[in-house]
Every structure is written in structure tokens, then in C-alpha cells.
Design a protein around this ligand. Structure first.
Ligand code: 2P0
Length: 351
């Protein structure tokens, strides 16, 4: 009789930070130099879907194996290995305590993962990817782990992934322990707390980014003096104001901190030596468009933010959809090639 194949599938959404993670104090454990805060965004076409399976069936299951968007991918990297090791250790502990459990921890793992958005284009693909990978294996192993515990594991795959284990408004607390056991995510508010928040993603370019986040942030930590100011003063204050703005559902401070924090992050990139530029002329046109929208309304109706790539994410409230989306269409539509067909609009915080 063929050996049984055990299988579990899950999806994980992307998250877009409004207070950015940039800088590691420990590159092996992915321990950050500052806390960060993001909104987990839902739309059916902005997720990673991952299936994890394991079996003692040989030779079908010969070694660990990962298929990423249809392409075989390396599982020997330290990040994937760290996730596999942590999850197997937790499963092995369950098996040691209950001899009736199948010995899944010793079987090869097969992972199949599909993103339905551009990989490595600054759309937080590693965040959704590692969050889905960790949860799929945790489900396969029937681990009784909370999202915070899983966030400790996903963090070792990719820092920002720890925030995609939660829905809504999510903080990643940097922690201060050298072993990273207190560097994990928690939920500041669920999606239902502020459901009229919306996001518009302007896909300026779906090309792979020039400087990876990992090497970019290492260069920033090593060379930027502005970065010291950011982690010592700017981010702690932004975190405090942002958490209060979310609790109070107060869009104006939410938007101001979002824009200021994005600007601060990109300023430290420019202060890195040699400098790192993620935004381009189209990105800067999007910033001007947000300024025009807010000036014309006489209040803050939209906030821009940019990650490690040129794509803009615009946060706004549902009641202002026409004003924001319509103005973007008007301001950018005639001039900028390509963004209209790729714009992803009406994203909502998800649970
Ligand atoms: C963030 N970014 O907070 C920030 C803003 C990019 C700019 O988290 O090396 O892919 O895997 O821990 O998580 C991108 O960094 O880096 C990121 P690793 P990750 O969303």
C-alpha cells in the first residue's frame, strides 16, 4: 500500500507598512532595529496560496522541495531552512508527547506556492509568501500555535512576513532579547475596527527591484547617519502617534505619519552610501497628485507610501473614493503609460 500523503493549504494576504521596517540588528534571526506597523490588505487577487504536503512515500517524496510560481526554488537557503527547522521541532515535540501521532516531522516536505501579484516588485511578496508557508506547514503539523507564535517563525523567513499572520492593523514589536523570542507581531485593531479604510496600489513597474531589501537595509545600517536619528527618535514617535490614530480612527494623523514615515525611510535610503533610490519620476508624480488632492479638498483625504520599489500605495477612506481615484485618473491618466491598467483599487483591511 502506498504511504499516505498528508496535506494542508492556506492563503496569506499582503501587508503594506505605514511605519516601515528598515534595518536589522541581527541578520540571521531577522531582528529589526525598529518596530513597525502595517495594514493587512485583502482582495481576492493579492494573496499567496500555499499547499504543504509530506509523506514517507519514496521516491515521490525524496527530499524537501519548493515550487514557487511554477518554478522549482532553492530550499537550502538559511531562511527557508530556519522555518522548516522551527516547525519540525514543534511537531517533533508533539510526536514525542503522543506516540499515536504520525511521524510527520521526519518526512520530506513538498511546498507549492503561487503569488497572484508581481513577485519582488515592492509588493510585499516575501511577506505573504513566508506567512503562507509557515501557516500551511503549521496546519499540516496540527500545531497548536497562536498567530503570534507563528509570527516568530515567519519573521525568520522574512521580517515583514511576521505581520501577515494577522489581519487588520498589525504591529511588529522589535523586542530586545538577543534570541528574538520577544520580536513578534500583534494586532493593534482588527479590520472591522476601521472598515472604511481603503488602499489603491499604483503598479508603476512590475519589474524586479534593483536592490533587495536585505542588502539595502544592511548598507543603510552600515553607512547612514540619518538612520540613527530615524531609529532613535523618528520611528518611536511615529509608532506612538500611529497606534493612537488607529485606536481613534483619526485619518489625518494616520495619513500624516504614513507619509512622513515613507519620506523618512526613503531619505535614509538616499543617505545610504552609495545611495539607494527606489522611487522614480512616476512615484514622485503620485506624491504630487496626493498633495493636490489634499489641497483641493482642504483636508487630508489621501496618504501615499512607498516600499522598496517605485509602486505607490495610497490610503484613503471609502467616502473619498471618487475624489481620490478620480483625481488620480485625471492627474496621471493622460500622462503615464501603463498605470491605469495595472492599478489595483479598493483594497480593504482584512481579518
Ligand atoms: C516594510 N520593507 O516594513 C518595509 C518597508 C520594505 C520597505 O519589510 O530581509 O522583505 O526579508 O527581512 O521583510 C521589506 O523587507 O526583508 C520590508 P527581510 P523584507 O514592509
Amino acid at each position: 500500500m502506498a504511504d499516505k500523503v498528508y496535506r494542508a493549504s492556506t492563503t496569506a494576504p499582503v501587508n503594506i507598512a505605514v511605519v516601515k521596517y528598515w534595518g536589522k540588528r541581527d541578520a540571521t534571526l531577522n531582528l529589526p532595529t525598529n518596530s513597525s506597523l502595517s495594514v493587512t490588505l485583502a482582495q481576492s487577487d493579492l494573496r499567496t496560496l500555499t499547499t504543504a504536503s509530506c509523506s514517507a512515500s519514496y521516491p515521490t517524496f525524496e527530499g524537501d522541495w519548493l515550487l514557487l510560481n511554477g518554478e522549482p526554488s532553492d530550499v537550502s537557503g538559511a531562511r527557508v531552512q530556519a522555518c522548516f527547522r522551527e516547525l519540525r521541532a514543534r511537531r517533533a515535540a508533539l510526536e514525542a508527547a503522543d506516540s499515536s501521532l504520525a511521524k510527520l516531522s521526519t518526512m520530506p516536505l513538498h511546498i507549492v506556492s503561487e503569488n497572484n501579484f508581481p513577485t519582488a516588485a515592492g509588493l510585499a511578496s516575501s511577506a505573504a509568501g513566508f506567512a503562507a508557508l509557515v501557516r500551511a506547514i503549521a496546519d499540516l503539523y496540527e500545531l497548536p500555535a497562536s498567530p503570534s507564535e507563528l509570527s516568530l517563525i515567519a519573521r525568520q523567513g522574512s521580517g515583514s512576513a511576521c505581520r501577515s499572520l494577522f489581519g487588520g492593523y498589525v504591529a511588529w514589536r522589535m523586542g530586545d532579547k538577543p534570541d528574538g523570542s520577544d520580536s513578534m507581531a500583534d494586532q493593534v485593531a482588527d479590520a472591522a475596527h476601521w472598515p472604511d479604510m481603503c488602499a489603491l496600489i499604483l503598479v508603476v513597474s512590475a519589474a524586479k527591484k534593483g536592490v533587495s531589501s536585505t542588502s539595502g537595509m544592511q548598507q543603510t545600517v552600515a553607512t547612514s547617519s540619518l538612520f540613527q536619528e530615524r531609529i532613535a527618535r523618528v520611528v518611536p514617535q511615529n509608532m506612538a502617534v500611529m497606534e493612537k490614530a488607529i485606536r481613534d480612527r483619526d485619518f489625518a494623523p494616520f495619513a500624516e505619519v504614513t507619509m512622513r514615515d515613507s519620506n523618512s525611510f526613503h531619505a535614509t535610503c538616499a543617505d545610504t552610501y552609495p545611495p539607494i533610490f527606489y522611487m522614480n519620476d512616476v512615484s514622485r508624480a503620485a506624491i504630487r497628485a496626493v498633495e493636490q488632492i489634499n489641497a483641493a479638498a482642504g483636508r487630508t483625504v489621501a496618504a501615499y507610501t512607498f516600499d522598496a520599489g517605485p509602486n505607490a500605495v495610497i490610503y484613503y477612506l471609502e467616502k473619498d473614493t471618487e475624489r481620490v481615484v478620480g483625481t488620480f485618473y485625471h492627474v496621471l491618466g493622460g500622462e503615464i503609460d501603463g498605470w491605469k491598467k495595472d492599478a489595483i483599487k479598493g483594497l480593504k483591511p482584512t481579518t
